[in-house]
Ligand binder design. Sequence first.
Ligand SMILES: [Zn+2]
Length: 1022
Amino acid sequence: MMKTAISPFSYLLLLMVLSAPQLAQAQANPFHGRRATPVPGTVQTPITQSRQGHTALPAKMDALPARLHSPQARPLFPTRPEGIPVHLRTPDRSHGTRAFASGAEAEAAALTHLEQVAARLGVAQPSTEFALQRHEQDALGHTHVRMQQVWQGVPVYGAEVIVHFTPQQEIRLNGRYQPTPQGLSTTPSLDADAARGLALADAGTLVPVQDIPPAWQEILDYTQAPAELVIYHPPQAPNPHLTWHISLRPNVLHHWEYFVDALTGDILHRYDHTCSVGPTTGSAADLNGVVRSLNLFQAPNGTYYLLDASKDMYTGPSNALPDNGDGFILTADLNNTNLDDPSFSDITSGSANNWAPTAVSAHHNSHLAYDYFRNTFGRSSINGQGGDVYSFINVADDNGSGLDNAFWNGAAMFYGNGDVAFGPLAGSLDVGGHEMSHGVIQETANLEYQGQSGALNESFADVFAVMIDRDDWLLGETVVNSTYYPSGALRSFVNPNQGGNNLNSPGYQPKHMNQLYTGNEDNGGVHINSGIVNHAFYLFVTGMGGNQAAKQKGEQVYYRALSQYLTRSSQFTDCRIAVIQAAEDLYGPGSSEVLAAASAFDQVGIVGDAPTTDPIDLPTNPGQDFIVSFNTDPSVQTTIQRTDANGNNAQALSTTLPQTRVSVTDDGSAGTFIGTDKHIYYISMDPSSPYETTLSTYPEWDNVAISKDGNRLAAVSTYVDTSIYVFDLNTGNGVKYRLYNPTTANGGLNAGGVLYADAITFDYSGQYVMYDAFNRLERNTGPDLEYWDVGFIRVWDNASQTFGDGTIAKLFSSLPEGVSVGNAVFSQNSPELIAFDMFDENTNYVTVMAGNIETGETADIFYQDILGVPHFSRLDDRLLFNAQEQGSLDDVVGLIALAADGISPSGNASILIDQAKWGVWYGTGARDLNLSAPHPGDLATLALYPNPAPNEVELAFELERAESVQLSLRDLQGRVLRQLPAETLIPGAHQRRLDLSDLPAGMYLLQIDAGSQRQSQRLVHY
Ligand SMILES: [Zn+2]
């Protein structure tokens, strides 16, 4: 037999290159060097790099001091420039009433709580550093106690926290605070008048200083500049200063905020509060001919933007350029660019009152929809955290004509200009409300966009839309073409059938479960079956009287059901239970509202009170525990090592330098990783039978994952080729999946904007790959809109044992600006639990987090300045992650226990393995992952011993009846390398031996043909 120098994958990858021109083109791509920027995923932290402010682990097995591993004490979602955000939830063990009779009582309880969490905050003595501002108890029995941070009686500027006591026996803490000042005097050297004089002198260098005439003093309520002594942390050098904060009017037109150091007289900061540049207003006619007032932004050069910085979520300085603030509503123009490769420009005007009607409608409707959620539910923007709101107009169809649709793409709203069925879709308030509601739904229950959960997603978007545009029960009535929609509306809550009998009538939806659509179109009828739940909402409101008061109750109940009870895979029955529960929370058990809710769902045939969601738990791997990690000790030749669960008894698995962690099969037999040479490596995980082979022909790979059953690889290239490659190791076939952004558009429209995926991992079933991806919407001038998100792509179908259709569902989107997630990994036994890194480029800090993708809950695990690349233990009771040893800053594999919820940390972190990183925990047992893979015919499974095999392999198989049998050894391209003579065999067990001694090390397929049946097994030869 000829030896071949070609690695097993060469032909495979050649095929991929030939069938994927983008890959070849991508080699000249200017983004080739994209890894220069810190991107979570495969970035290595140089061992020698010293960092300031690091959180390091103390020497092995020593516990960490509590506040070092307290992730909540550092910013994760910075939305405001001043102060450290805090968001803590703690069980309330008082079991007493939390309705405080007096402010003093409320203050005492809040201070007691702040003292309990003082170490986590890094505040020395909260009882002397916080003072009551006010407290109130709301209708739901929550008591909110607002506390101002003070230092020796002087308020800390911009620092306040709110302690919430809830009836659920949970204390919540949020707000902004500053670390306790060290040795700062609170006795000013200059008085308020001296500070005013300094501020006025400085202002005089900028604008004319004139006395304010008495008439204006009255109008402006200004006799002299108010001055307040504060502890101030300047934005650029945030150490504390004793400061006079002065609101100065140097003349009638101008209004400046000054911060004058009360000890030195230095002007620490000033900004123009004047409104002539910055947020302003204008007006113009919309698509319906109605003149709308518009919230605009004026740049210093006089240009107006369709950027609304007037909301209380806006955090930029009032005179910032439009790109420098946060918490705005922006309407931009997609210029009819191709959705696969979109680019946009800002919409600008030289006049505040000259705007295109489409732009006016979209911008005004965003403002109304934002205000609806803010005023009705207290929700701060789509993400609930004051995140920016983007809308795009002039969205074209593939052929360049007006898109007959509007949609949410996971990050923004898009409006087409209409074609056959619609006019410009921006012209409809309920369409705008619907698309923004999709964003809110994504950020709350995150209902999966298929089947009944997808129909709930559509229905809740419709419910809020019809409440935002609440003068009727119709959707799209201002934009439909009535020759296409004879009813004059896209959808009706009163009668979803709208006079039609079936789906062939435009506008028809089912209104009762006996009309439920059960086909596969439209993601399983997400825009169809939503009619049933829509009608239930209408019946609910009607059952409460049908007036404005009833609508107010209905929307509160639905919002509570969505935000508190529904989860990613909720079904119609779960919606019924959630709505009834929410009504009971708000109006009491047995109330007329509860009865109206139950009756409404009865009337549409959604009955039953048993929840349908039931997360699967897999059996645990029964084998021995091992951990594979990268040995970072440069004096040792071994790179990839295996240790026991205590980090001891290290044994060598490889001497190749890896650039990623090792992805391991569920039975712990084989692993894959990317080398620093960009090749894909495949290794044995058993040191007693070592082997190693490269699977790639070209050095062009950035990340790889192996499926739990070891049958497939997923890989990401080093190019910006918007793809994930999946290879079937049993046949040698591969598929290149192009990534896209799914949208909520009816008809399954996909949008582009994805540049590349980074970290990838298979789910337990081997059917889905979870990935994170970097997205960019190009802006013609100014910074592009860039963000990371996490998705699932269907790459395999176990029922048919073929490649999957590449359908994508998004897990997270709209991450806060500068925040990325990466290195996501599933838990070993609960498919809904994951762990990942969250990287905040605003602070350069990484938080190792875990989350429940079903409920959307997340928890911070560990906070540091290197990527954690977390991995769950075999029993999911512990989490491994990269950390640094205190002092030496050596890489170590850290270990922390997880609480019963599977995502929260329990106790302190410790070092598990010195001088190592990328720990991956695995068991060596076999377990039934219930993959329902059909085995062909009645041919008993072909078994190979040993595998991996050195010089010889033994084949064992069993026949149910007499068959003609042929055994052959093939390479991954299917070429026959060796064949045993064909023979007819009797029923029963058989064995054969095959000599491998002259074959190069690598992966092969052992194939058995028995009668008309064929089966193959992977064989690794070393
Ligand atoms: Zn929709």
